[in-house]
Design a protein around this ligand. Sequence first.
Ligand code: SF4
Length: 262
Amino acid sequence: MTNERDVKGRIFDIQRYSIHDGPGIRTIVFFKGCGLRCRWCCNPESQRRDPEQMERGGRVETVGRDATVAEVMAEILRDLPYYKRSGGGVTLSGGECMLQPDFAAALLAACRAAGLHTAVETAGFAPRENIERVLPLVDLVLMDLKHTDPDKHRAWCGQPNDRIIDNVRYIAAHARETVVRVPVIPGFNDDEPTVRSIARFAASLPGVRELHLLPYHRLGYDKYIGLGRPYGMGDVPPLSQERARALLSVAEESGLACRIGG
Ligand code: SF4
């Protein structure tokens, strides 16, 4: 029988001292592999499951490696005093962490055993049984919700959203706490009716009280160049603060506590 600490997962980064993606000071573990292909994705190196070469700062590096729970925990526990003092912990991000349920569950269980707050960031595009396995070990779910229209979702993210909507309902009904996060993407979902529709849907879910708007930015652009892939958003400029504030007012009509940023 495999010891839980020997379970291996494929990750591409571990980021310390994050003050986003959950309360307090956190370590973010980035899982490699995602079933979606969002045009605006700012972590394109997260999408493919296989390790790949990426040029960064004039150097070519391999992105993606296998690590055991014990190895990742050794990194995480370096900052134990910061988590304790700030009420922080660990967030599994990606990529899609729900596509590696054995590793995610073993890692979250180890975090729990160390007394850490646990969070996952998910787009919900994963088999239900994976979600059922991981969810009981999670204190906070940061649930990406991109669009309520299946055709628009398919055109911009590579897959329709029916399974996602189903999973969002399940997660909201069963998670300890769920925050809905909406990437606001020009030409995709930055119009009032779409934001209204997403916010209304979020407000109809049990247990959801908060919604965050995440304005489109171009910070991932250089990574596409480094990977030799075309950037799906072309020259589209970042969403202006003024536009984000206007859409925030629309989202607030839902009655949810809304804010800009994660
Ligand atoms: S779900 Fe997230 S990680 Fe996956 S392609 Fe979309 S933005 Fe990228």
